[in-house]
Write a protein that binds this ligand. Structure first.
Ligand SMILES: [Zn+2]
Length: 212
């Protein structure tokens, strides 16, 4: 069998992933080596054509799915903070979440809804999805993900309050034979004004049309 596709093209061949700094060729080749063993242990033949580049692809996929370790969510927020007197609730809903459960290393995915009440500062709206991504692209549990997003916004922006609701499907539940194929896990975390029932209800009502 030809070996021509097995050359060291790690830098150029990104298999469609956004280029990120974590594609350290040495690290990719180490992880790929382990996956070759794993394929063998699973009873597969890592040398058959369809699997030849699989270890390398898996290594890149995993590296991409955990690139949040290299992102600093606080810096992301600080890069677009503006003085503004607006003091009503700011809500961004239906933010896509893709993360990996740290217990099974299987995906969980769904939506995040974030609200805050400014206290002199607002943040560029596009930064909130990026903060979600920075925390989600790591090995996670949904509960911690929710709290980390809340704490980051509270500590950086110092708003009057923050509300975060995340609803996700976990493949470790739906794929492992547990009869919960369609269940959605919802987590929430609040600070300040959102601990007040009236504010929290307003937030939950605003997002409730999307709660499934
Ligand atoms: Zn799991």
């Amino acid at each position: 069998m030809s070996n021509e596709n097995h050359s060291h093209d790690l830098d150029e061949d990104l298999d469609g992933y956004v280029k990120i700094d974590r594609y350290n060729p040495e690290m990719i080749s180490k992880i790929a080596g382990h996956y070759e063993d794993i394929l063998t242990q699973l009873g597969e033949n890592p040398n058959r054509e369809g699997l030849l580049k699989t270890p390398e692809r898996v290594a890149k996929a995993l590296t991409y799915l955990t690139h949040g370790y290299d992102l600093n969510p606080t810096d992301i927020l600080k890069s677009a903070m503006f003085k503004e007197e607006y003091s009503q609730m700011v809500l961004v809903k239906d933010i896509e979440v893709y993360s990996m459960c740290e217990h099974h290393m299987l995906p969980f995915f769904g939506k995040a809804h974030i609200a805050y009440i400014p206290n002199g500062h607002i943040v560029g709206l596009s930064k909130l999805p990026r903060v979600v991504d920075a925390f989600a692209r790591r090995l996670q549990v949904q509960e911690r993900l929710t709290n980390e997003i809340r704490d980051c916004i509270q500590q950086t922006l110092n708003p009057i309050g923050v509300g975060v609701v995340i609803e996700c499907r976990h493949l470790c539940m739906s794929m492992r034979g547990i009869q919960k194929q369609n269940s959605v896990t919802t987590t929430s975390a609040f600070t300040g004004a959102f601990l007040n029932e009236k504010t929290r209800l307003e937030f939950l009502q605003l997002i409730s049309s999307k709660l499934s």
